[in-house]
Design a protein around this ligand. Structure first.
Ligand code: ADP
Ligand code: MG
Length: 729
């Protein structure tokens, strides 16, 4: 209770009120309470008991001094010592007041006030300190709360950026995965497929496709659609190869190189986004595929929900499209490189083949020369015997005729073998040839081979001519082309032992005219195709000579035509000859008429082959000529010079071309130097080539082929010596 009273008093007298009315009313109130207490106690205390009422007043004085301070304390003292006696006693005089009691009482009251005020001062300091402490604690708590809030927001921010990082890492991983996958592929289509499939699986898009851009038509062609997008693509009419015009919408921006994001397809008023929206798609991204400076396509992805692509998605698609474009560019470069490499290998192979053919040709030519030399005496004797020996038995004559035919056949074969090789620096006489006419002719000429003969075994070869109308004439040698085509048709017929179709086709393109012989026969394997043009290469054993295609090759070479062979084992073969058109053409001169033999001429024969000398001498002497022979170039020259010194000359000199030390050319020069009117006839195994190549040596009047024919020899002499020469050596 005392505590309650104390608190009430403290509260009532707190603050500025301490000096005010409450403080100064306190002594009066307390003394009043003391009076009341005295009265109350006096009623309760029995009579005669002396109660120390003065204690009540002392308590009132000390309470007034404690709570009220100096003033109220002093007032309480004065009231107790002066006021109350004055009120109770009319006779009271101030003089009656005992200062020895009053002053110590006032002194004690003042002391109590001082103690109280010092106590109070200390308490106030304490209170202030407590308030300050409270304030600082509050501030600290607020700071802490702020720090916690900051920390929480930082944690949120970090969590968010961590998630972002994780997403980015995921995208990077995906990008890496796609880049690796496309890096292992070399064709555009499979690159596109791998990209679309990965997008469908990992980016969870509802529709994905790649379109290629056609700048001329201003359209996009759908090149690759994802497997999961296929059904939707069908609904949208965006299946593979579908064409989409590039309208003024986002597609046009994409073609200009921008990445286009349409968050709400339904809101757009252009045909293409509308088409996507009708198919149930909400948002779409189109990323351009750019190589160097041009856009070659668009990567399109879409989802059903609107606003469903984040900026991270867009950035990822942009990077992906760059990678895809780069890979596509590299693929194109790789393909171009591969193409160049293949071309190079093909031309290298062609060069090698031509070189081999050239070497073989030279060899064939050398062999032909030797065979011609060896055949010469046989040919001459046979011809001479058949012509002069009138009393031959029919059997002998028949044998000789067979021998002569055989020699002619051999000479013919050797001729073809030799013709295989010609140097390309000379231009043979080319005439305009109509390949269509020639094709029809050759088909007719070879009918026996492709129709009649196979028919005997019940085999049918269908032959058709597919001829281009308005075909320009080509520059060529008709007989040679005819022979070449004949060979090609024979081969085609051989290649179809069970029958098939033989097509002779003519076409014209790029300023050239092509004639093709196609069959549906057995075809050739790579080795055969590579070697088929070589002379003597045959797969037909005894039946084949291996000279047919070599001859065709020679024909092509001489007429600047290109020969091409395409063959697939089991499917057939196509030979194509392509000729140039529009060449200035000249006709060959007609052959000279055969003349009768001269009477008696002095003829010098120069040859290192004794058999040829002997046979030539024999037949010329049979013709009535006087023959002198020399077995070498130098000996021949000596004889001519010796005759010239005697002021004589030979009517004609027949010399071989190739001889050791001094060859036919030097003999001819010496003859013309010694006697310029003496004609020189050169006999050679290379004859045809010399004429064709305009390589006839100077001072040679005529070149004759070995084996020589009596008729040709006579004709040459008649031509070169129109007037009989009677002078003898
Ligand atoms: P031959 O006909 O005497 O064998 P060729 O020079 O004409 O000689 O042909 C050489 C080879 O080329 C033939 O043996 C054959 O293997 C092949 N060949 C030529 N033409 C054809 C063809 N149309 N189909 C298949 N193989 C062919
Ligand atoms: Mg053949």
């Amino acid at each position: 209770m005392l505590r309650t009273v104390h608190k009430t008093l403290e509260k009532a007298l707190a603050g500025s009120g301490r000096r005010g009315l409450a403080r100064y009313s306190l002594p009066f109130a307390l003394l009043f309470v003391s009076l009341l207490a005295q009265y109350g106690i006096s009623l309760m205390v029995p009579k005669g008991v002396d109660f120390p009422y003065v204690l009540l007043y002392l308590i009132a004085i000390f309470v007034a001094a404690w709570y009220g301070g100096y003033g109220p304390g002093t007032i309480a003292c004065l009231l107790t010592m002066v006021g109350l006696p004055a009120l109770a006693d009319h006779t009271f005089r101030l003089t009656k007041v005992d200062p020895s009691r009053l002053l110590p009482l006032i002194g004690v009251a003042l002391w109590v006030s001082k103690v109280s005020s010092s106590q109070r001062g200390k308490r106030e300091v304490l209170l202030r300190a407590r308030d300050e402490l409270n304030q600082s604690v509050r501030r600290k708590r607020e700071d802490l709360a702020q720090a916690v809030a900051d920390l929480e927001s930082e944690v949120d921010r970090r969590t968010l950026s961590e998630e972002k990082l994780k997403t980015q890492l995921g995208r990077l991983h995906l990008l890496d995965q796609i880049t690796c996958a496309i890096g292992q592929r070399q064709d555009l289509r499979s690159i596109f497929q791998v990209v679309i499939r990965t997008l469908e699986d990992n980016l969870l898009v509802d529709f994905a496709c790649i379109c290629t851009y056609n700048p001329e038509a201003e359209t996009l062609a759908v090149t690759c659609v994802g497997m999961r997008s296929e059904a939707l693509a069908m609904d949208l009419a965006l299946g593979e190869n579908a064409e989409v015009p590039v309208d003024r919408n986002g597609m046009a921006r994409c073609i200009r190189g921008e990445l286009v994001y349409e968050p709400d397809l339904g809101q757009l008023d252009f045909p293409f986004p509308k088409r996507l929206a009708v198919g149930g798609l909400g948002s779409a991204v189109a990323a351009p595929l750019r190589t160097e400076s041009h856009i070659f396509g668009v990567l399109l992805v879409a989802r059903r929900q609107t606003e469903n692509f984040t900026s991270g998605d867009c950035e990822f698609l942009r990077q992906l499209s760059e990678h895809v474009a780069l890979a596509a560019h590299q693929t194109q470069m790789y393909e171009a490189l591969q193409q160049a490499y293949d071309d190079l290998r093909r031309s290298q192979q062609t060069v090698m083949e031509q070189e081999r053919l050239r070497v073989l040709g030279q060899m064939a030519s050398g062999i032909a020369h030797d065979i011609n030399n060896a055949l010469s005496p046989v040919a001459l004797y046979t011809e001479s015997l058949l012509e002069r020996e009138t009393n031959l038995s029919p059997r002998t004559r028949a044998y000789l005729e067979t021998t002569q035919r055989a020699i002619e056949d051999v000479a013919h074969t050797v001729g073809r073998m030799r013709e295989f090789y010609r140097r390309g620096d000379t231009q043979p006489d080319l005439t305009p040839v109509d390949l269509n006419t020639l094709a029809r002719q050759v088909i007719e000429l070879t009918r026996a081979r492709w129709h009649d003969i196979p028919m005997q075994r019940g085999i049918v070869i269908q032959t058709r001519a597919v001829l281009a109308s308005g075909l320009p004439p080509v520059a060529g040698i008709e007989s040679e082309i005819r022979e070449a085509l004949t060979n090609l048709i024979f081969n085609a017929a051989d290649a179809m032992p069970q029958g098939g179709t033989l097509t002779v086709r003519t076409t014209s393109a790029d300023g050239r005219v092509h004639i093709l012989v196609e069959d549906t026969g057995v075809g050739m394997d790579e080795e055969t195709r590579r070697r088929c043009l070589e002379p003597f290469f045959t797969t037909k054993g005894e039946r084949g000579t291996g000279l047919g295609l070599a001859m065709v090759y020679g024909v092509a070479q001489r007429q600047n035509a290109e020969l091409e062979v395409k063959s697939v084992v089991g499917s057939g073969t196509t030979f194509s000859l392509s000729f140039q058109t529009g060449v200035a053409l000249a006709f060959a001169s007609p052959p000279a008429a055969v003349q009768k033999p001269h009477s008696r001429l002095q003829i010098l024969i120069v040859d290192d082959d004794p058999l040829i000398i002997r046979s030539l001498r024999a037949i010329l002497e049979d013709d009535g000529h006087a023959v002198t022979t020399a077995t070498g170039g130098q000996e021949g020259i000596d004889m001519v010079r010796a005759a010239a010194e005697r002021e004589e000359q030979f009517a004609a000199v027949i010399t071989d071309l190739g001889m050791p030390y001094v060859d036919g050319r030097r003999v001819a020069t010496a003859v013309k130097t010694a006697s310029k009117n003496t004609p020189v006839i050169m006999l050679t195994g290379w004859g045809q080539r010399l004429v064709a190549e305009n390589d006839v040596p100077p001072h040679v009047d005529r070149v004759l082929n070995k084996p020589p024919k009596l008729q040709q020899l006579r004709a040459a002499l008649a031509e070169l010596l129109p007037e009989p020469v009677e002078r003898a050596v």
